[in-house]
Design a binder for this molecule. Structure first.
Ligand code: 5AD
Ligand code: SF4
Length: 479
């Protein structure tokens, strides 16, 4: 099993199973496995919470579970293939154990609707991201011998009132969702179709959740949304622009900068992170709030996707290369010591060699601390699939990706080397995988640091003097 907390933001996490004792257990055990983005892991905790109330007990052992749920990802074809193999594996187990219920949750459930159930007969339950409250009822239907589906998307559902059970975590860092869905319609992206319309969660419920985490000893909270910068609470319901609100709604509204300030004030010993930011929506107001609070980590994940304005236009990203670089300039001006990471897609429809060079030159200009780098993967029914041809040959995509990766590795190493000799505050998240004599944690910049354990514990803030590094890890000693 993978250690969730040693993985970084947005990576395709795989196969984390969740487990927690339920004092009101009815004896039925459920195994939940999650794939994809942090939002999915956060959703699995909501699912576990809904099921716990009904008496279900989560387990890490698939063999002892009566119900197996797979929370799925559709972002790239590869993600879906991984899940599909897993579902086929579970299906084999079910042949020997026919009473076992298999359910598919999340984005693939939404995208494929009844296909996995009717045509391929792989699963018994199909539940989309907005229908988790219905899970207990759906399980009852399956108990009664039927198949069950709910893939209705909602304009209101935020699960705001459900306090997720924190499973499989380290007791130190936690995710808190603040928005659901996405209205941006980037042409390559399946998310607007699988997660529906964007909506923001009540700020009071967010602050309460963060306070509760702080009281339970958590030291870091990551606010999650597809586009956190467009968070806007005006009383609930689908996303609206500020100028479309009534005067009354405007007066009582809460935007992302204001929300972050509210959250930062809960407990100065609780660090705040957030993901994902969108260049078209990231305001100076947000940057000023980041600069003002020591406990807001100086780290922004700001996907650029491409360094070329024509490709950005085709992607419907809503900004140009110049706009993006202007946002970078604002970050450097307002928060001089801020780490920035990115997502980038190579080989998007019709991308030329010069346009690929624009991506490399933008990277050279920014020197990201870290990047998540992807080959374009055409997704069924997205705008790009309908409008453009996926015409960049696989080997060209592969070569361009390698060039991007090589450049990023060089920049990551440069960024890490710049920290050698410094003494940095590290929040300890766990024992290092390589040696149980070492602990690992993260700096404000989200860089992983390892150092000899001594008497330090998970959850401690430790000042670590950095004396060496690789492109992925800082190596130091506590001082
Ligand atoms: N192909 C490749 N990468 C994609 N992403 C989203 N959709 C696709 C796709 N069809 C990437 C984007 C996004 C990240 C979460 O995944 O870079 O920011
Ligand atoms: Fe997809 Fe774009 Fe929304 Fe991100 S902002 S989830 S890439 S549509």
């Amino acid at each position: 099993m993978l250690d969730l907390k040693e993985k970084t933001i947005n990576e395709e996490w795989q196969g984390e199973a969740l487990e927690r004792e339920n004092p009101n257990s009815n004896g039925r055990k459920v195994y939940i496995e999650s794939y994809g983005c942090q939002m999915n892991f956060s959703d699995s905790e909501i699912v576990a919470s809904i099921l716990e109330k009904e008496g279900y007990q989560t387990t890490r052992l698939m063999e002892e579970a009566e119900i197996v749920f797979v929370n799925t990802c559709s972002i790239r074809e590869k993600a879906e293939q991984t899940v599909r193999k897993r579902l086929e594996g579970f299906h084999k187990v079910k042949r020997k154990k026919p009473e076992m219920i298999i359910g598919v949750l999340g984005c693939m459930a939404e995208r494929m609707k009844t296909k996995l159930l009717e045509e391929e007969k792989l699963v018994d339950i199909v539940v989309g991201p907005d229908a988790y409250r219905d899970l207990p009822e759906l399980v009852k239907e399956v108990d009664g011998g039927r198949k069950a589906v709910n893939v209705i998307l909602s304009k209101e559902e935020t699960y705001g009132d459900i306090s997720p059970v924190r499973l499989g975590g380290n007791g130190v860092t936690a995710f808190v969702s603040i928005t659901r869905g996405c209205d941006n319609m980037c042409t390559f992206c399946v998310v607007p179709f699988t997660r529906g319309r964007e909506r923001s969660r009540n700020p009071e419920s967010i602050v309460n959740e963060v306070r509760d985490l702080s009281e339970k000893g958590y030291k870091e909270v990551t606010l999650l949304g597809q586009n956190v910068d467009s968070y806007l609470w005006y009383g609930g319901g689908p996303k609206k622009d500020f100028d479309k609100l009534t005067k009354e709604e405007q007066d009582s509204s809460v935007n992302f900068a204001q929300l972050m300030e509210m959250v930062a004030q809960v407990d100065p010993k609780v660090r705040i992170r957030f993901s994902t930011s969108h260049p078209k929506d990231m305001t100076d107001e947000v940057l000023h709030v980041m600069a003002k609070y020591d406990n807001i980590c100086k780290y922004i994940h700001l996907p650029f996707q491409s360094g070329n304005s024509r490709i950005l236009e085709m992607m419907n990203r809503g900004y140009t290369r110049e706009w993006y670089l202007n946002r970078m300039e604002a970050i450097r001006r307002i928060i001089p010591d801020c780490a920035v990471s990115a997502d980038v897609i190579t080989g998007f429809c019709s991308e030329t060699e010069e346009e690929h060079q624009d991506t490399l030159s933008l990277m050279e200009e920014v020197k990201y601390h870290f990047s998540y780098m992807f080959k374009y993967s055409e997704r069924p029914n997205t705008l790009a699939q309908r409008k453009y041809e996926d015409d960049i040959p696989e080997e060209v995509k592969g070569r361009r990706l390698n060039e991007i990766i090589a450049m990023q590795q060089k920049h990551s190493l440069e960024r890490m080397k710049a920290d050698v000799g410094k003494t940095l505050e590290v929040l300890v998240e766990g024992v290092s995988k390589k040696s149980d004599q070492e602990l690992f944690g993260r700096t404000t910049h989200n860089s992983v640091a390892v150092f000899p354990r001594k008497d330090y514990k998970i959850g401690d803030y430790v000042m670590v003097k950095i004396h060496d590094c690789t492109s992925a890890t800082l190596i130091g000693t506590a001082v």
